[in-house]
Design a binder for this molecule. Structure first.
Ligand code: FES
Ligand code: FES
Length: 182
């Protein structure tokens, strides 16, 4: 008998459990969009280069086009639909609105998910490629424009709304500095 090419999987997305059968080759991105109607997560390149499909897996940002859905079982998945706290927008979402951190908006869900995790990484003291003092005791570096640009460099914006995106991330940073990644 030929081995099965699909499996039942239960995905924990935004605090809800979804059980479905997926082909083993189904990406998390396609499961979200095509099977679960969670279309806030966007498909840009489908090969890990644009960041449009960014979601959080156990609080860390990943490109969902490079994750198999079956491998996401047992993980906490957060998509753009789950970033807000009920009717209260996440500070990153609010800052993008306040400062027009978008034009067409296609990259925006990925930008916001990425920024949410990036600010937690920064608050936890993770260095970036442009951090000058990488000693752990130095603590988080100042969140300069260069730091934000480097840390968000995996998220492309074809409208080139980068100036406003950087401003929005900087604005959102202050109230989030207390949250740390595990
Ligand atoms: S669609 Fe996943 S990185 Fe571009
Ligand atoms: S706002 Fe259009 S791609 Fe970024």
């Amino acid at each position: 008998m030929a081995p099965s090419t699909s499996s039942g999987v239960t995905l924990n997305i935004n605090g809800e459990k979804y059980t479905l059968s997926v082909d083993h080759r189904t990406t998390l991105l396609d499961a979200l969009r095509e099977r679960l109607d969670l279309t806030g997560t966007k498909k840009g390149c489908d090969q890990g280069q644009c960041g449009a499909c960014t979601v959080l897996l156990d609080g860390r940002r990943v490109v969902s086009c490079l994750q198999f859905a079956v491998a996401a079982e047992g993980r906490e998945i957060t998509t753009i639909e789950g970033v807000a706290d009920g009717d209260r927008l996440h500070p990153v979402q609010q800052a993008f609105l306040d400062l027009d951190g978008y034009q067409c908006g296609y990259c925006t869900p990925g930008q916001i998910c990425s920024a949410v995790a990036m600010l937690q990484e920064h608050a936890a003291g993770w260095p970036s490629a442009v951090t000058e003092d990488v000693r752990p005791e130095a603590g988080p570096p100042p969140l300069t424009t260069d730091e934000i640009r480097e840390r968000m460099s995996g998220n492309l914006c074809r409208c080139a709304a980068y100036v406003s995106i950087v401003d929005a991330v900087a604005k959102a940073a202050t109230p989030l500095e207390g949250e740390a990644v595990a």
